[in-house]
Design a protein around this ligand. Structure first.
Ligand code: ADP
Length: 609
């Protein structure tokens, strides 16, 4: 299964054919300086590479001319095409299958990215004409930042003006920030949803992003890719008052100002020698004062953003450098990370100097041993991220076609015990007696029952489930809590720390517990093949709709738990089941999956306002 990914810009086209899981590239194409008399293309296949001059063609025409031979020489079957699209506006917050309706909607977004989106669309048109029988998917630069909270995406302009112009922070470089933060988590052996990461994408364009528990919550590019860090030829943030003054005093219109800010500023404007950091580093080492200043401004600005993002997240677990500069410039990393000891971030100078990453060795750690913040260099692989987006859409499409119903089991109140608790309540050496097996493999209801005593009242005859566990856990419904007089937290099974206490009374003894009583968070058990079929991953949070006679209900905040040990089943407690009038054998259907579901992942934890 190979995927073609295309990045069609206004004067360049990049394409690659790769396997979405192994990330192995079969072929690559890079056409540059299109529309000028120096246009050229470099094509790499397994059997070698060649560079050719191109005639006077624009980017979509170049794609049309080059793609057939490129595909043929690749000798693999392309099953889908992924297109990088810069602006997804408010609507496109995940990768999406391209239809005529989507193309029309993308045209409508042109005012938001007047240079980029038309070029991206032209590429889509050429590729759909050439490959009409495979799915085409759009992956958006802005999508990763759709989780920006309102306070981070709002500009302090008059509300009516902002609304009229759709003025808000969108953020860009989404595929790179998504990829590099995930690679950082993989390298650290941690779940991204437990980490606060600052990703610094430093190429010709540059942006930083605060990735809090897997979601972008701040990023330096704004409504347009001009805001934020110093870039190759873009100024990044500038006092808006200064711009007004220059326009007034120079008599410049918007086109001239645009040209200066986007094409004549940044490293080029500061150094006066060009936008390429390698030249600037070399001249700076030889005493060129402008180049020194360019480096200082570049790294000072970046350090400022890192400090700000650590403050926004209340700390940072990892700082990631990626993009041509981030991956290759030890000097930029060294200067940027100076004086960040107060955050616990300490650079290893030797690791920093020797760090090398590529598509096979994706991550290089550069922190000192005593650093409490991981400092990482990550090889940027936007192509892999585009292919991942395509695969996600293909999986979702397959899931729509597959049966999507899930058996529902209703958990009545029950008790899990440790062996020590069994000894106290039923007598030393007692073993639990299976009464009947439960649907989850290895689990059984026991003959044994206990009385649960709360501050207000008691409930008798609460069944024990086996086998024994490392901690006692009493799962009750909200109604049970009111009855018992207990205020128990909603928790995932197994997470009983600092939960509510109660007393258990058995035939032989009684046991006072300081914690263990929870109201179980509704969840679905599934095996990996079920997860694949539904297009979800372990710990995703989804919505599940239940059709029942007259009391249809959609349950939000349903946790997905994936393990080879499980059987497919959704677990509700008696309150939840009663609310939907669920009876034995009822089935729910997954109505929200994949990336959209992920979006809701932290909705119980975060205030997104
Ligand atoms: P783009 O944003 O166009 O994809 P890249 O991510 O390729 O750009 O980054 C280009 C930048 O990376 C240039 O400024 C280039 O000078 C810089 N760069 C590449 N290699 C090195 C290196 N060895 N040392 C310092 N800078 C480098």
């Amino acid at each position: 299964m190979h995927i073609l990914v295309i990045n069609c810009g206004s004067s360049s086209v990049k394409a690659a054919i790769l396997h979405p899981e192994t990330r192995a590239r079969v072929a690559r194409l890079k056409a540059e300086r299109l529309g000028t008399d120096r246009a050229s293309v470099r094509i790499q296949h397994m059997d070698g590479a060649r560079t050719e001059a191109l005639g006077p063609v624009d980017a979509p025409e170049a794609l049309r001319v080059l793609l057939p031979a490129f595909l043929e020489a690749a000798t693999v079957k392309v099953v889908a095409v992924g297109h990088r699209v810069v602006h997804g506006g408010e609507r496109f917050t995940t990768p999406i299958a391209i239809t005529d309706e989507v193309v029309e909607a993308l045209k409508g977004l042109t005012p938001l990215a007047p240079l980029h989106n038309p070029a991206n669309l032209a590429g889509i048109r050429s590729a759909r004409d050439l490959l009409p029988d495979v799915p085409h998917v759009a992956i958006f630069d802005t999508a990763f930042h759709s989780t920006l909270p309102r306070r981070a995406r709002t500009y302090a302009l008059p509300t009516a003006l902002a609304e009229k112009h759709g003025a808000r922070r969108y953020g860009f470089h989404g595929p790179s920030h998504a990829w590099s933060s995930r690679q950082a988590a993989l390298h650290l052996g941690r779940d991204l949803r437990d980490l606060r990461v600052i990703t610094c994408h430093l190429g010709n364009g540059a942006s930083a992003c605060a990735v809090e528990y897997g979601r972008s919550i701040e990023t330096s590019m704004g409504m347009t890719p001009l805001e934020g860090l110093v870039m190759g030829t873009r100024s990044g943030s500038v006092d808006p008052g200064l711009l007004l003054r220059v326009m007034r005093e120079e008599g410049w219109g918007p086109a001239r100002m645009d040209q200066v800010l986007n094409r004549e500023s940044g490293l080029l404007g500061l150094s006066g020698v060009g936008r390429d950091l390698r030249d600037i580093e070399e001249r700076s080492a030889n005493g060129n004062e402008s180049c020194r200043l360019a480096l200082q401004v570049f790294t000072h600005r970046l350090r400022k953003y890192i400090g700000a993002y650590a403050a926004v997240m209340g700390g940072v677990d990892a700082i990631v450098f990626t993009g041509g500069i981030g991956e290759n410039s030890a000097l930029v990393r060294h200067r940027t990370l100076q004086r960040l000891d107060f955050l616990g971030a300490r650079l290893s100078e030797s690791e920093n100097r020797s760090a090398q990453v590529d598509l096979h060795h994706v991550v290089a750690p550069i922190h000192a041993q005593d650093s409490t913040v991981a400092l990482l260099v990550v090889a940027c692989d936007e192509e892999a991220e585009l292919a991942r987006g395509v695969r996600m859409v293909l999986r979702e499409q397959a899931a729509v076609q597959a049966p999507r119903t899930i058996p529902i089991a209703v958990s009545a109140r029950h008790i899990h015990l440790t062996q020590e608790a069994v000894d106290i309540l039923f007598g030393a050496g007692h073993t639990l007696t299976p009464y009947k097996p439960l649907s989850q493999p290895g689990q059984f209801a026991c003959e044994e029952k206990l009385t649960v005593v709360g501050p207000r009242r008691s409930i008798e005859g609460v069944r024990v489930l086996g086998p024994t566990r490392p901690a006692c856990q009493i799962e009750v419904s909200r109604t049970d809590e009111f009855f018992l007089g207990i205020d128990a937290p909603v928790r995932d099974s197994g997470d009983v720390k600092h939960s509510a206490g109660c007393t258990l009374i058995g035939p032989v003894g009684r046991l006072a517990l300081t914690e263990g009583v929870i109201c179980a968070r509704r969840h679905i058990h599934m095996r990996p093949e079920d997860a694949e079929r539904f297009g979800v991953e372990d710990r995703d949070v989804v919505e599940v709709a239940v059709n029942s006679a007259g009391r249809d209900l959609v349950f939000g905040d349903v946790l997905v738990r994936v393990s080879l040990k499980y059987a497919l089943e959704m677990h509700l407690d008696t309150d939840e089941a009663n609310a939907a009038e669920i009876v034995r054998g009822h089935e729910g259907s997954l109505v929200e999956t994949g990336a959209t579901a992920l979006l809701r992942c932290r909705k119980t934890v975060f205030d997104t306002a």
